[in-house]
Design a protein around this ligand. Structure first.
Ligand code: NAD
Ligand code: UDP
Ligand code: UDP
Length: 313
């Protein structure tokens, strides 16, 4: 059935792919964004489509619209961007969640929250199951994001318990693909852009820290499946690719796939940088019948060809 769907952060990396998918599935989309890290280019192909409407708005302010479903993605996701104005980052997560939950309460809309593996902090349990409560520094440079997202989860579950809201919370692990911001400092985009420009590859720390990278198409499939579950399946559910790689392995793969002559240059590890991260996705497998299909090499090839076009190299 066609639904009126609000996507906050809809002009961002993940939001724009989600808008594409929802339009394809026959829904009417209200794409909301303040264009802090998102861009009109990400959604320009949808402008003019009668099922797509774009609204410049900041989620920290109230919003009165009529809607059936809300995907709440608005929030800068890369450390450079979320640390640029940390107070605004916390406001976006917390006031944004309150406003979107208030909207869902009034319209009786189903509401989805893009939470994050950062709620686990620098984890002591590996891989991370949803039952793990995390190890997060409340006063460090990453806290505006980590604690903002944790508080948003708290609000989602309190609105669920107190007002019977139909909530869907997913914890997203590192995701990559076309439309990542070339300058947002995330590792996949940094390494690819540096490799394509034959610049030094900036390795933070000794490169032994690990991450697990999910290709964007796989993630969006997980979003849609989660939103389609029956009321009462609230999550939180981990969505990510369990394939775990060190940053050195990632750099080697990107150098090989781009045929680049770039060399590694080592910089200090930023404070509170998690040493390892890998999702336990048993819940997603059981509840959503979901697991990622795209391996790192294939996903990197798609992403490299996107950046080649973007950078004109
Ligand atoms: P992104 O920065 O590309 O997208 C975020 C979007 O939100 C941007 O378009 C930005 O302009 C918009 N935005 C920011 N603050 C806003 C505000 N106050 N009001 C309205 N719009 C605002 O990042 P992304 O990777 O697409 O991330 C989307 C969501 O997924 C975020 O909530 C992020 O925390 C979450 N997430 C992403 C990843 C990942 O690996 N990409 C991992 C974990 C969680
Ligand atoms: N809100 C909104 N749109 C709506 C309804 C509410 O943006 O359609 C915002 C409004 O700013 C409100 C917040 O959501 O303060 C929380 O709403 P709720 O009904 O939970 O609380 P209250 O209105 O009592 O503050
Ligand atoms: N990283 C790196 N070089 C870069 C950017 C990031 O070595 O140019 C490292 C970073 O220190 C972290 C990992 O890559 O250990 C993933 O960083 P990203 O910012 O992409 O995501 P997050 O730390 O939020 O998982």
């Amino acid at each position: 059935m066609t639904q009126a769907v609000l996507v906050t952060g809809g002009a961002g990396f993940l939001g724009s792919h989600l808008c594409d998918r929802l339009i394809n599935d026959g829904h009417n989309i209200l794409c909301l964004d303040n264009f802090f890290t998102g861009s009109k280019q990400n959604i320009e192909h949808l402008i003019g489509n009668p099922c797509f409407e774009l609204l410049r708005h900041d989620v920290t302010f109230p919003l009165y619209v009529e809607i059936d479903q809300i995907y709440n993605l608005a929030c800068p996701a890369s450390p450079i961007h979320y640390q640029h104005d940390p107070v605004q980052t916390t406001k976006t997560s917390v006031h944004g969640a309150i406003n979107m939950l208030g909207l869902a309460k009034r319209t009786k809309a189903r509401i989805f929250q893009a939470s994050t593996s950062e709620v686990y902090g620098d984890p002591e349990e590996h891989p991370q199951p949803e039952s793990y409560w995390g190890k997060v520094n409340p006063i460090g440079p990453r806290s505006c994001y980590d604690e903002g997202k944790r508080c948003a989860e708290t609000l989602f579950f309190d609105y669920h318990r107190q007002h019977d809201l139909d909530i869907k919370v997913v914890r997203i692990f590192n995701t990559y693909g076309p439309r990542m911001h070339p300058n947002d400092g995330r590792v996949v985009s940094n390494f690819i852009v540096q490799a394509l420009r034959s610049e030094d590859i900036t390795m933070y720390g000794n490169g032994q820290q690990t991450r697990s990278f999910c290709y964007v198409d796989d993630l969006i499939e997980g979003f849609v499946r989660m939103m389609g579950t029956e009321k009462g399946i609230t999550g939180p559910i981990n969505l990510g690719n369990p394939g775990e790689f060190t940053m050195l392995e990632l750099a080697e793969k990107i150098i090989k796939l781009t045929g680049s002559k770039s060399k590694l240059i080592f910089h200090p590890l930023p404070p509170d940088d998690p040493k390892q991260r890998q999702p336990n996705i048993s819940l997603a497998k059981n509840h959503l019948g979901w697991e990622p299909k795209v391996n790192l090499e294939d996903g990197l090839k798609e992403t490299i060809s996107y950046f080649k076009k973007l950078l004109n190299v």
